[in-house]
Design a protein around this ligand. Structure first.
Ligand code: EPZ
Length: 419
């Protein structure tokens, strides 16, 4: 298991290019199951989760060719196997997004029920609720879920909560269903709009993706696609926060400032100066003293849960006291204990953490427990006095492309120790 050695205290300066979005690429790659034609996706980050989804596609019978920054998915001219192995679902919960396309295209999907994970229980009841509304029969057997339906039928599906994964899974199932489906209280994340753009290119009839109500008129078959993934807003946000915590000055390229509006508003309150440049550039200049600023996480367009942990790292060094409320995941505060090891003053009670900024964090041996919590610890270590040794870097490798190389280019003293 690799680890990072990070010597803190150096302000980040320079330009960093933002990679394609992991959370957009994952469902789009799985949408290739909906067709036998060739599918080509550009701007795909080189990440462990992308590798996992490629293995999943290969395992059910697709041929996948990976080139620098792109993935091509081809059909091998045979029926796809509907069974997904536990080894893949246990590595990446997004593997359940295979269910909607398999069900729609082949009438059957069988996958292990994912267990809980480091950020909470994460049930899939809303995915199953949507499939049942479309006419699928659901059976639980020996830890597996089996979905069957010779032909799905469109329906009105009102989600009790705007789940990102459930919206994506139901959307991919409904595109080949007979009749019209309306997903109400749908998630509005930009990754869903990107998936819908790609599905529309395949011939799907979709309106309203990116709003609360998505209307899908089923079609008989779908074509292949050539699509370019949107920039990763969470990676972009993480580098802005890295610039802020080190009192640096960083420019992002190949990004889209639009979906970052919620974060940028908060960063301005902290005291950062932010300038959008043309359509794809964004620069941030951080003040000497950061002002403590409270946040609460919400579904998009609210403050993203995925940036809650890096925000906590930032607040650990801000002047004053603030509150961080996590409303999306029930256990997404594991990073708080590691930040405390670095001298942060954080008190967690139920879904809220109170953070009292300290003038200086200190380097320590620390351990990542999920993608974003891991990123938060990297940020804290970059700002800390002395050296930190961060274990379990594989969590970070799931979601951040070449993180240590990008940070080194910004002047950070970080190196990967391979073990
Ligand atoms: C997606 O996960 C992202 N993953 C997550 O990113 C992100 O944190 C999350 O959306 C929220 O924005 C991908 O896109 C691959 P949800 P997802 O369904 O789809 C509850 C990262 O670090 N819920 O919107 O799993 C659930 O337990 C990752 O890149 C149910 O109760 O998120 C959670 O509390 C981690 N029943 C809340 O809804 C369900 O059937 C939000 O989950 C589904 C979800």
């Amino acid at each position: 298991m690799d680890r990072f050695l990070i010597r803190g205290g150096k302000p980040l300066r320079g330009t960093v290019p933002i990679s394609g979005s992991k959370n957009a690429a994952l469902p789009i790659l799985l949408a290739s199951i909906l067709t036998d034609e060739k599918c080509f996706l550009e701007n795909v980050p080189s990440l462990r989760d992308i590798q996992t989804v490629i293995r999943l596609l290969e395992c059910i019978g697709k041929k996948v060719i990976r080139t620098e920054g792109a993935v091509e998915v081809q059909s091998q001219g045979k029926k796809l196997a509907p069974q997904v192995p536990y080894s893949l679902v246990s590595q990446m919960r997004a593997s359940v997004l295979v269910a909607g396309p398999l069900l729609a295209r082949w009438g059957r999907a069988c996958f292990p029920l994912p267990g809980g994970c480091a950020i909470g229980l994460r049930p899939i009841d809303l995915h199953l609720f949507g499939f049942a509304k479309l006419g699928a029969v659901i059976r639980h057997r020996h830890g597996d879920i089996e979905l069957t339906s010779p032909k799905l039928r469109g329906n009105r599906i009102r989600l009790p909560f705007p789940s990102v994964g459930a919206t994506e899974n139901i959307l991919m199932a409904a595109v080949l269903a007979s009749g019209t489906t309306a997903i109400e209280n749908a998630a509005r994340e930009p990754e869903i709009a990107d998936l819908a753009r790609c599905l529309k290119q395949m011939g799907a009839d979709i309106e309203g993706a990116g709003t609360r109500r998505i209307r899908i008129r089923g079609v008989l078959s779908l074509r292949g696609f050539k699509h370019r993934t949107i920039p990763d807003r969470l990676e972009a946000g993480t580098y802005l926060l890295a610039a802020a915590i080190t009192h640096g000055q960083v420019r992002l390229t190949r990004t889209d400032p639009g979906p970052l509006a919620g974060l940028l508003k908060k960063l301005r309150r902290v005291g950062c100066r932010i300038r959008a440049e043309k359509k794809t550039g964004l620069s941030l200049s951080a003040p000497k003293i950061l002002r403590a600023t409270s946040i609460h996480t919400r579904p998009y367009p609210g403050f993203p849960t995925d940036l809650q942990s890096p925000w906590m790292a930032l607040m650990a060094t801000a002047r004053g006291k603030c509150r961080i409320q996590e409303t999306i995941f029930e256990k997404r505060f594991l990073h708080a204990a590691e930040l405390q090891r670095m001298g942060a003053k954080i008190y967690v009670r139920k879904d809220t953490a109170t953070v009292k900024g300290v003038p200086q964090l200190t380097g320590a041996p620390i351990m990542a427990s999920d993608i974003r919590g891991g990123a938060a610890l990297v940020l804290a270590a970059l700002a800390a006095k002395g050296t930190s040794s961060l274990q379990r870097v594989y969590h970070i490798d799931r979601g951040y492309e070449k993180m240590e190389r990008k940070l080194r280019k910004l002047g950070a003293l970080i190196k990967r120790i391979r073990q």
